[in-house]
Design a protein around this ligand. Sequence first.
Ligand code: AR6
Length: 338
Amino acid sequence: MPLQIVRNDITKMTVDAIVNAANSTLLGGGGVDGCIHRAAGEGLLEECRTLGGCETGNAKITGAYKLPCKYVIHTVGPVYQGGNNGEKTLLESCYQKSLELAKEHNCESVAFPLISSGVYGYPKDKALKVAIDVISDFLLENEMTVYIVIFDKKAYQISEKLFSDIAEYIDDRYVDAHTDYRRERMRRNAPVPPISMVEFCECQAPVCASVAMPKALSLEDAVNSVDESFSQMLLRKIDEKGMTDAECYKKANIDRKLFSKIRGDVYYKPSKTTAIAFAIALELSLDETEDMLKKAGFALSHSNKFDIIIEYFISKGNYNIFEINEALFAFDQSLLGG
Ligand code: AR6
């Protein structure tokens, strides 16, 4: 998955480069800067002393010493002063310059903390949006795996309005689905499992992919009359939408290698998150998304928060996979892509 949001301590990330939210002296400090220097050891500070500091919005690279990565990219975020002092442009520049440095050093994977969102006071939801926008633009032109590392889930925020809209949308549908199910079982006098079991048995179970066959068909005929496969439908839709393969897999947050695999295997069986990622990239309607999912043996249901969040975004016509992933992360759900 080219862009991932993960919860971790950035010093534990086994990637080619991690990014440090430093100050302009580059001589260490608190927050993530302190964690990185402590984990890397004295050698890092010694190398930083030779760099002559760094301007806000710029980035410099060093070795990683005792850290499990190869490089540390030090960037200096802006101090937030209300938002009208060029903070956004400077923060964008931090991500841009860091990504360029990583590319120059042939890094295939990079992990970022949410720069400026701690001591420097940049509101976390806005800081996250800047990070996602710059990184996703970069990934449209470059092959790299980029992680946004969230240290403390409590500190993670998407915009309050989006969060409450989605929460309300889930509430309306999720509760209904469960209420109907329980009511129906009670009507039939069947035992009603506790809510957690209802979730378990109804949520992720793939829908049976079998096709209703006319009785007269022999097994051989039946097998030969299978419908268009997931991979065939995907490639057809890409053509119909006038997209290139690369446009599609990048918009789907899908790794190029995985896409090649799907392209080369008519019967490829994707995961649900991969199948939905393609539906999002192709900007399919809800019905078309259901069709595409069926090809992979899945369905969307109201017994599952993940599915309802997907439905929310499709019904709003918002096909920005990175925004969807932001929301999924906020609700502790799996992210789209592959
Ligand atoms: N891993 C990942 N993220 C972390 C970690 C960690 N180990 N520790 C903190 N964060 P901050 P800034 C998150 O304050 O706002 C330093 O003193 C944290 O939750 O580290 O750019 C420098 O020397 C927050 O979301 O950086 C500068 O003087 C994010 O990292 C100043 O702070 C950034 O918080 C830079 O301030």
